[in-house]
Design a protein around this ligand. Structure first.
Ligand code: 0RA
Length: 648
C-alpha cells in the first residue's frame, strides 16, 4: 500500500511540473486571462468532442452552463479510455487530464491541431480550473474522477452501470487566474452555430440554467446543419441578393487533406472569404485560400477566353474581378497544420495550395460545363466588375494624384491640428457643418482636428467603387487621413504609412439619424479601410444624453440611471421636483465649452473603440443593415431596438 502510494506520487510529480507552468504563464497556453481566454477553455473542451465526431464516433455535443458558474460538455463518443496506462501506471483518463500535451488521441490519423492556440489539451483546462470533474461512460460502466487546479482529488472511481458511451467534462474556471469567470451565452452560441455548419450532421445544444423563463425552463438553443457549408454561405448572404440558383458546393480529399468549399455569387461588390483549418477560423487566410483563389481565377479565365467572352474588352480582367460579389467558405482538414502570421491565423502548409486548387478546379470545370445559364450571369458580372474597376482605378488615381499636386492637398473643410505627430493627433468626423463649427471652437487645436461631414455619407455597400471616389465626403476622408489605396500584386491594399491621426473619432447626434450616419461611416471603414479598424484607430464619441441642473450646480449623464441619481444629488433629497433636466438630442444643443467638457476632453470623455471581435458577425450586421434586402434590415433593427431607439 505504502509502495503504491509512493509510486502514485512519483508519477504525479512530472505531470504537476507541466501543469504548474500553465498556471504560472496561462497567457502562453490560452492567449490571455480575460473573457477571451476564459472562452478559450470551452473551445479546448469542445475540440475533443468534435474530434470524436470527426473520427466517426460522436453525433451530438451538449453544453450546459449551470447556476453556480460551472460549464459542462457532454458527447456521445467512445469515452476517454480508463484502463491502465502501461508506462505511467495510471488510468489513461488521469493521464489525459493531468499530463500536458498527452492529448486525447493516441492514433495518428486524426486531425489534431498543432500550433495556433487550440490544441493545448484538456489538461490545460484542468490546470486552470479550481474544480473539474470527468465522467466517462464506457464498456457498460460509469467512471468518475475529480480534480482541483489540475491535481486529482479522487481516484478514478466506478459509480454505476450505463448503456451509452461518451464523456462529460464539467469545470469551473479558477477565479484567481481569470479576470472574469462569466461565460457569455452569445459567444458560446455563435461558435456552436459555426461548428454546426463546419460539421454537418453533428447536433450541438446549449442550455443556460442561469436564465429561466416564466415556467422555469432554462434558455436553450440547438444548432444543426444538414447542408454544411452550403447552408453556411446561405446564412452569410442572408442580406444579399444571390445571382446563381444555389451555392456551388465542393468536397474532396487528396493525400490526407480534406477540402470542402461552398461559394455563392451575389449582387454586391465585395469579396467575402471565410476560411477554416480543422474547424479553426484562419482570419489571415493562407495556403488553402491561395489554392481556392487560384482555381477560381484559372477556371473562369479559361472558360471565358475559350468562348471569346472577353474579346471586346480593352483592358485585362484580373483575379479580383472573378471574385467580386463572391461569398465563400473554404474549410480544410489537415493532419499537421502549421500556423503562421502575427495572430497565428494563417495556414502555412505549402502542400495544401495544390490540393485545394486541384479539387476546386476540377469541380468548377464540371460546374461551368453543366450550368450555362448561371455561368452566363457570373461572366456578365465579371465583365461589369472589370469595367467598373477600370473606371475606379482612373477615378482613384485622379483623387490621389491631385493630393500630391496641390501642395498640402488637405481638404478645405478640414480644421487641422497643429501637431504633426500622428501618435497624439486626433481627427473628429463630425455630422454637419454646425456641430462641426462648435467642435472647432471647443477643441484643443494642438492635437485635435475637425472634419465636418455633410449629412448622410454615401452608402458604400450599395455604390460601385468608382462612385465612391467621386463622393466629396469620402474624398475628404482619404485626403485628411493621408491614406491611399495601392495595388500590390494585383490586390488592393490600404497604405497607412502616412496616416495622420491615430485616433479617428466619429461624433454624431445621439438619435436615430446619428446612429444611421455612424453606421454609414463604419460601413465605409469596414469595406475600404478595414486595417484602420483592425489596428484600433477607429472610435465612437459618446456625447451625454442629459444635463441635470439646479442653479449653478450641474451634472452630465450618459443614461437614465445616472440621470435619476443626479436629480437626487443635485436637488437634494425630497426636492426632486424642482430640478431642471436638459435632454441633448443633437450635438448642436451644446455650446463649445459643454462639448469640450463632455465629449472631447480626454480627461472626461467616453470613447468607444471599434473592434472587430468577430468579423463574421460584424459583416453580417453590415450587410443586413446596408444591403439590398429590406426584411433582414427591419428584423435586425427590431431585434436591436436599444441601438436604434436612443431617440426617446
Ligand atoms: C483517447 C482515445 C480515444 C478517445 C478519446 C481519447 C476521447 C477523448 C475525449 C475528450 C472528450 N471526449 C472524448 N472522447 C474520446 C479512443 C478510444 C477508443 O479507441 O475506444
Amino acid at each position: 500500500m505504502t509502495q503504491k502510494k509512493q509510486q502514485y506520487d512519483a508519477g504525479s510529480i512530472t505531470a504537476l511540473e507541466g501543469l504548474e507552468a500553465v498556471r504560472l504563464r496561462p497567457g502562453m497556453y490560452i492567449g490571455s486571462t480575460d473573457t477571451k481566454g476564459l472562452h478559450h477553455l470551452v473551445w479546448e473542451v469542445i475540440d475533443n468532442s468534435i474530434d470524436e465526431h470527426l473520427a466517426g464516433h460522436a453525433s451530438r455535443v451538449d453544453m450546459v452552463i449551470y447556476e453556480n458558474g460551472h460549464l459542462s460538455v457532454t458527447d456521445d463518443g467512445r469515452g476517454i479510455p480508463t484502463g491502465m496506462h502501461e508506462k505511467l501506471k495510471k488510468s489513461a483518463l488521469e493521464v489525459v487530464m493531468t499530463v500536458l500535451h498527452a492529448g486525447g488521441k493516441f492514433d495518428k490519423d486524426s486531425y489534431k491541431v498543432s500550433g495556433g492556440l487550440h490544441g493545448v489539451g484538456v489538461s490545460c483546462v484542468n490546470a486552470l480550473s479550481d474544480y473539474l470533474r470527468a465522467e466517462v461512460h464506457r464498456e457498460g460502466k460509469i467512471f468518475v474522477q475529480e480534480y482541483s487546479v489540475g491535481k486529482p482529488t479522487t481516484e478514478v472511481v466506478e459509480i454505476g452501470a450505463t448503456e451509452r458511451t461518451g464523456t462529460t467534462i464539467e469545470f469551473h474556471p479558477d477565479p484567481t487566474i481569470f479576470d472574469t469567470t462569466d461565460f457569455k451565452f452569445d459567444v458560446l452560441a455563435a461558435r456552436l452555430k459555426e461548428l454546426s455548419y463546419l460539421n454537418s450532421g453533428l447536433l450541438l445544444t446549449l442550455t443556460d440554467e442561469r436564465e429561466k423563463d416564466e415556467e422555469g425552463k432554462p434558455r436553450y438553443e440547438e444548432f444543426f446543419s444538414e447542408g454544411g457549408l452550403k447552408e453556411f454561405v446561405e446564412h452569410l448572404d442572408e442580406g444579399r441578393t444571390p445571382i446563381i440558383e444555389s451555392p456551388i458546393h465542393v468536397k474532396g480529399k487528396e493525400e490526407n487533406v480534406e477540402v470542402e468549399v461552398a461559394m455563392q455569387y451575389n449582387t454586391s461588390f465585395q469579396e467575402h472569404i471565410y476560411s477554416f483549418v480543422n474547424n479553426i477560423n484562419t482570419r489571415e487566410g493562407g495556403t488553402h485560400v491561395n489554392g481556392f483563389r487560384r482555381a477560381v481565377n484559372r477556371e473562369f479565365q479559361k472558360y471565358a477566353e475559350e468562348r471569346g467572352f472577353f474579346k471586346k474588352l480593352k483592358f485585362k480582367v484580373s483575379g479580383e474581378d472573378f471574385r467580386e460579389g463572391l461569398t465563400s467558405v473554404v474549410a480544410v482538414k489537415v493532419p499537421e497544420p502549421q500556423f503562421k502570421g502575427q495572430t497565428k491565423g494563417e495556414l502555412g502548409n505549402s502542400e495544401v495550395t495544390g490540393v485545394v486548387s486541384r479539387i476546386v478546379g476540377s469541380a468548377l470545370k464540371n460546374y461551368l460545363e453543366e450550368n450555362p445559364k448561371d455561368v452566363k450571369r457570373i461572366i456578365d458580372k465579371v465583365i461589369l466588375a472589370a469595367t467598373a474597376r477600370h473606371a475606379a482605378r482612373k477615378a482613384r488615381e485622379l483623387v490621389q494624384r491631385k493630393n500630391v499636386l496641390t501642395g498640402s492637398g488637405l481638404p478645405g473643410k478640414l480644421s487641422d491640428c497643429a501637431s504633426k505627430d500622428a501618435s497624439i493627433s486626433e481627427l473628429y468626423l463630425v455630422e454637419g457643418d454646425s456641430a462641426g463649427g462648435t467642435a472647432k471652437q471647443g477643441r484643443d487645436r494642438h492635437f485635435q482636428a475637425i472634419l465636418p461631414l455633410r449629412g448622410k455619407i454615401l452608402n458604400v455597400e450599395k455604390a460601385m467603387e468608382h462612385k465612391i471616389y467621386e463622393n466629396e465626403e469620402i474624398k475628404n476622408m482619404f485626403t485628411a487621413l493621408g491614406v491611399r489605396i495601392v495595388e500590390e500584386e494585383g490586390e488592393r491594399v490600404l497604405s497607412t504609412e502616412n496616416l495622420r491621426y491615430h485616433k479617428i473619432i466619429i461624433m454624431t447626434d445621439a438619435d436615430v439619424d446619428g446612429s444611421h450616419i455612424t453606421t454609414l461611416i463604419l460601413t465605409f471603414f469596414f469595406r475600404y479601410m478595414l486595417r484602420l479598424i483592425e489596428e484600433g484607430y477607429i472610435y465612437i464619441a459618446q456625447p451625454p444624453l442629459y444635463q441635470v441642473k439646479k442653479g449653478k450646480q450641474f451634472k452630465y449623464c450618459w443614461n437614465d440611471d445616472e440621470m435619476r441619481n443626479a436629480i437626487k444629488e443635485v436637488a437634494g433629497k425630497g426636492n426632486e421636483s424642482t430640478v431642471k433636466v436638459q435632454r441633448y438630442k443633437g450635438l448642436g444643443e451644446m455650446n463649445a465649452e459643454q462639448l469640450w467638457d463632455t465629449t472631447m476632453n480626454p480627461e472626461h470623455r467616453i470613447l468607444k473603440q471599434v473592434t472587430i471581435e468577430d468579423a463574421v458577425a460584424a459583416d453580417l450586421i453590415f450587410s443586413k443593415l446596408m444591403g439590398d434586402e429590406v426584411a433582414p434590415r427591419r428584423k435586425f433593427i427590431e431585434e436591436n431596438a436599444t441601438y436604434a431607439n436612443v431617440d426617446i
